[in-house]
Design a protein around this ligand. Structure first.
Ligand code: M6R
Length: 365
């Protein structure tokens, strides 16, 4: 049932504040501002490393997770798309654990990577939406994302719930390993707890602007997304979402890679969507944006209030989100990229929930 929405995808975008709040309540104690104990099957305290494997959007969630596990838990993360991971013959050891992220829990390559790690003797954690799935059944520890059924082929709420779970786990791992203080834990958890409310505000606030912008974006054939830090996986997710449902060619790049190739493509025919909250990397990303502007590129700037005030560059559009703690920015900045892809596809008249050539669950290799 789509309720009042035109498509399941739209419904699922708007469900995010509610489902994320539900997911978070499984991992954090809202009252004491602390993380709850992690399933003892994976002992984060004694781990030497983590191997993460997944496909598509779930892989991009894992890539954001890598930044968090390394930063907050000082845990080295090896991550790859499952279709490469399973064949790479990477050296793995029993003091690593392996995490598999999958909405459906049935993706063939992800399952094969899981079995490979299991045979190597690693403890297996599964971050899944479907709790009765094969991946969940074969794991030692299951971390449900509690997003509820996701019908739209383009993943939206599963992505942000995966991020919420990964953030909670990284904080809990940091606590277990003594790499974050009790005070830091409290601050991080407080920020997570505020997120659902801020997400609702943002969804309502930006909707008209995203719809209008989608009309302009639909005229282009190519789009480049740029981001740095955790905004880099988000840039790739933005590009994936847009190409999946609008069939516009899009690429996501690390902002710092611009001058190593993609800058050759910059002209007025390829809008550049820059995802840049006012974080530690902001000034660096702005200098990449200047390089785009200097070559006649059109910029769609997705930033926060501080970022908007700090940049003087002329843009095709600037989307301004509230200033928030760094840990919740990836979830919040997912909203404009989802809405932009959604409205562009609607405007172009594609089959949003069932895009051509795609399946919701990819059970073949
Ligand atoms: O069910 P899974 O999370 O394992 O699926 C992985 C990918 O097939 C999936 O995320 C795909 O990339 C989506 N269509 C993205 O919107």
């Amino acid at each position: 049932d789509k309720g009042n929405h035109r498509h399941f995808m739209e419904k699922e975008i708007y469900e995010q504040p509610e489902v994320i709040s539900h997911a978070l309540s499984h991992y954090i104690d809202f009252h004491n501002h602390s993380t709850k104990a992690i399933d003892a099957a994976i002992d984060f305290k004694s781990l030497r490393g983590l191997a993460i494997s997944a496909c598509g959007t779930a892989y991009l969630a894992g890539l954001v997770g890598k930044y968090w596990f390394e930063r907050y838990a000082r845990l080295p993360v090896e991550i790859d798309v499952a279709s490469e991971f399973r064949y790479r013959e990477m050296p793995l050891s029993k003091d690593q654990a392996a995490l598999f992220i999958s909405q459906s829990g049935e993706t063939a390559d992800t399952l094969a990577s899981l079995r490979y790690c299991h045979d190597e003797g690693l403890k297996i954690g599964a971050i899944v939406n479907v709790k009765e799935s094969t991946i969940a059944r074969e794991a030692d520890a299951v971390f449900p994302i509690l997003a509820g059924p996701e019908i739209g082929v383009a993943s939206t709420k599963a992505f942000t719930c995966q991020l919420a779970v990964l953030a909670s786990l990284a904080i809990a791992a940091g606590k277990a390993r003594g790499t974050i203080s009790a005070d830091e834990e409290k601050q991080l958890v407080k920020s997570l707890a505020e997120m659902p409310r801020i997400m609702s505000q943002v969804l309502n606030a930006i909707q008209p602007q995203m719809e209008a912008l989608a009309r302009d974006l639909s005229k282009f054939k190519d789009v480049l997304y740029l981001g740095r830090g955790t905004s880099y996986p988000l840039a790739m997710e933005g590009a994936l979402k847009l190409k999946e449902i609008s069939y516009i060619h899009a690429e996501g790049y690390a902002a710092g890679e611009l001058k190593h190739g993609p800058i050759a493509l910059i002209d007025e025919n390829m809008p550049v969507i820059v995802i840049a909250p006012h974080d530690r990397f902001f000034d660096k990303t702005v200098s990449n944006m200047q390089e785009v502007a200097a070559r006649g590129g059109r910029i769609i700037f997705i930033t926060d209030e501080k970022g908007a005030a700090a940049s003087k560059l002329e843009t095709m559009a600037t989307i301004v989100l509230p200033n928030v703690a760094e840990i919740i920015a990836p979830m919040l900045f997912s909203l404009p990229i989802q809405l932009l892809a959604y409205h562009t596809a609607v405007f172009m008249g594609t089959d949003v929930d069932q895009p051509r050539n795609l399946a919701k669950s990819v059970t073949v290799e």
